[in-house]
Design a binder for this molecule. Structure first.
Ligand code: IPE
Ligand code: IPE
Ligand code: MG
Length: 242
């Protein structure tokens, strides 16, 4: 029997996930960290598929941070190879399922083959309008704001923008996420209660869920519970609920 899931009223439109805990998941099984990253990559598909029935139109996932280069050379190389493999393997299914894929982060530091695959996947899915999946690779919130500021400053220098016109709504237009709405709900797995430089500007008013589950154990049922519990929250945005 197909599963019957209905989207909650007041559910999140945009969910962002800090997929953490792959290393610990592997270590607890006496396996190398990369084994955990492979297990983690497999969870992505299930969560992407769970979005549409729950009314989640945008899913943004943190794959690799600007700080993750501090890991061993072999872990970084393994992750880069996993990203290439994931894109090659999933591209056609993502296209067929109507998923629109975008990448955010600083691309030049990524290797050329990976960048080419990212470009191809974005192009392949550019006409899709199902779930909008954004994958953050070599992404850091501070780095993103710095890069955005650099472009904004260039526009001022070129006379395209006047400093007096720079307001709260100006900078988001220069961010990697310029076409996305702000996240409503940010989930971090693995028990760490920190945001590790993810979507700093965009999450100013997001709701947060820090859960103990390690990413490779995260299931669509748990995702659904978090989406349901979000729909009960009272988002006041600084105002008073009467
Ligand atoms: C998250 O899992 C994946 C990446 C950061 C690439 P970790 O690799 O951080 O797993 P833990 O936190 O060490 O368990
Ligand atoms: C955040 O996890 C980055 C990703 C999930 C890709 P980390 O494991 O790198 O974060 P810290 O080091 O615990 O802050
Ligand atoms: Mg971690």
């Amino acid at each position: 029997m197909p599963e019957v899931v209905s989207a909650p009223a007041n559910g999140p439109k945009h969910v962002a996930i800090i997929m953490d805990g792959n290393g610990r998941w592997a270590q607890s099984r006496g396996r190398p960290r990369l084994f955990g990253h492979h297990a983690g990559a497999k969870r992505v598909k299930e969560i992407v598929r769970a979005c549409a029935p729950l009314g989640v139109k945008y899913l943004t996932i943190f794959g690799f941070s600007t700080e993750n280069w501090r890991r061993t050379q072999s872990e970084v190389a393994g992750l880069m190879s996993l990203f290439r493999r994931y894109i090659r393997k999933e591209a056609q299914a993502l296209k067929a399922e109507g998923v629109r894929v975008r990448f955010i982060g600083d691309r030049p530091r990524l290797d050329e083959k990976l960048r080419d695959l990212m470009d191809e996947l974005e192009e392949l899915t550019q006409d899709n309008d199902g779930v909008h999946l954004t994958i953050a690779l070599n992404y850091g919130g501070r780095d993103e704001v710095a890069r955005a500021t650099q472009r904004l400053a260039q526009d001022v220098a070129d006379g395209k923008l006047s400093p007096a016109d720079v307001g709260e709504e100006t900078l988001p237009k220069y961010l990697d996420t310029c076409v996305l709405p702000d996240p409503d709900l940010v989930i971090r797995t693995s028990g760490e209660a920190r945001i590790s430089n993810f979507l700093l500007w965009q999450s100013a008013y997001a709701e947060y869920e820090f859960i103990d589950t390690l990413w490779p154990d995260f299931s669509k049922e748990e995702f659904r519970e978090l989406v349901m519990s979000y729909s009960q929250r009272d988002r006041r945005f600084g105002a008073v609920t009467l």
